[in-house]
Design a protein around this ligand. Structure first.
Ligand SMILES: NC(=O)C1=CN([C@@H]2O[C@H](COP(=O)(O)OP(=O)(O)OC[C@H]3O[C@@H](n4cnc5c(N)ncnc54)[C@H](OP(=O)(O)O)[C@@H]3O)[C@@H](O)[C@H]2O)C=CC1
Ligand SMILES: CCCCCCCCC/C=C/C=O
Length: 329
């Protein structure tokens, strides 16, 4: 008999998620039927999308949404042998039964010395977000200047490094001086702390006096207002996220952006990474290759213990993580 522990969302979040919004429950899992597998989660991911998507996709009392790397403990499905590792979207839960749909195996060439948690980070959804969002929407050319905010996080840290691989100048902003140190270590050319600069406009100008060709947007709000004004003519903007606005109960208003888009002839496009689902194997292969070659560095912010999952989620939204926020069993 296996008892699954799961974190539920007690009530929809108002503003920033709070400890009392989560509840730990336990449920005995039934015996497996033919075609089913029992999996045990080893690593979980906490991601910003959980904040806006919880409102759209969850009811109060539902298990929190999310992905994990899980190992097959018991199998009545020959396609999923015991001991196999899979990325699943089973939510914040320790154990679960699956009929195999939606279980994604780790690539067969996964190097022994790489943590499997990378399948939730640099070689998983966040890495793919950086890869396709930057290359397909910003279309960076050698010599271009690429700006990314939340640069020390799971997506941003990969965006900056891919920009460097493609021969661009990478400019990143982040919310602490430790994060700036990390960004310099992984090869960013110019970095600044958006929380301590006296003027975002001045910081952006200082980092690239001639402006920006590409802007990979993770944050939105006031940062975006300042960055749009620093775009070069024909600049490309990939709108990946808007984390500074996710906790708003009432939509924020800011300067209207149409004049910048018009007179600078900018191209701005929002995206959800799953639009490239068919090309994930290609992206994952390339990301893994760069990681193996040492061209793409990764950093994980590991929290130990499933019981600390809400704390890790709330901490990530507040900026406690450098690199990918991961919870380890
Ligand atoms: N479109 C898509 O398909 C996807 C979109 N995303 C988006 O990409 C962005 C980055 O995600 P991910 O890399 O996983 O997360 P991160 O690892 O970057 O963690 C979130 C970071 O956001 C920063 N942050 C939080 N609040 C604010 C704020 N008010 N202003 C500025 N920065 C803030 C914090 O860093 P700091 O200390 O620098 O403030 C924090 O560490 C998010 O907006 C997310 O929604 C992610 C995956 C897929
Ligand atoms: C159950 C929801 C699965 C979500 C899959 C990952 C898509 C991430 C999209 C992110 C958007 C903004 O952060």
């Amino acid at each position: 008999m296996v008892v699954a522990k799961s974190w539920t969302m007690v009530r929809h979040f108002e503003g920033a998620p709070k400890p009392e919004d989560f509840k730990l429950i336990e449920k005995e899992l039934p015996p497996l039927k033919d075609g089913e597998v029992l999996l045990e989660s080893e690593f979980w991911s906490v991601d910003p999308y959980m904040r806006p998507y919880s409102k759209q996709k969850l009811k109060e009392g539902d298990v929190m949404m999310g992905s994990q790397v899980a190992r097959v403990m018991e199998s009545k499905n020959p396609a999923f042998p015991v001991g196999g590792y899979y990325v699943a979207y089973a939510g914040w839960t320790t154990h679960f039964i699956s009929d195999g749909k939606g279980l994604a195996p780790l690539p067969s060439n996964w190097p022994e010395n790489l943590p499997k948690s990378l399948a939730l980070g640099a070689a998983g959804m966040p890495g793919l977000t950086a890869y396709f969002g930057l290359l397909d929407l910003c279309n960076p050319k050698e010599g271009d200047v690429v700006l990314v905010n939340a640069a020390a996080g799971a997506v941003g840290s990969i965006v900056g490094q891919i920009a460097k691989i493609k021969g661009c100048k990478a400019v990143g902003s982040a919310g602490s001086d430790d994060k700036l140190g990390f960004l310099k270590e992984i090869g960013f050319d110019e970095v600044f702390n958006y929380k301590t600069v006296s003027s975002l406009a001045e910081a952006l100008k200082k980092a690239s006096p001639d402006g920006y060709d590409c802007y990979f947007e993770n944050v939105g709000g006031k940062f975006a207002d300042a960055a749009l004004q620093q775009m070069k003519d024909f600049g490309r903007i990939a709108v990946c996220g808007a984390i500074s606005l996710y906790n708003d109960s009432v939509p924020s208003t800011g300067p209207y952006i149409q004049p910048y888009i018009l007179f600078k002839q900018l191209r701005m496009e929002g995206f959800i990474v799953t639009r490239w689902q068919d090309r994930f194997p290609e992206g994952q292969k390339q990301l893994l290759q760069w990681i193996i070659e040492g061209k793409l560095k990764y950093h994980e912010h590991i929290t130990n213990g499933f019981e600390n999952m809400p704390a890790s989620f709330m901490g990530m939204l507040k900026g406690e993580n450098i690199g990918k926020a991961i919870i380890k069993v």
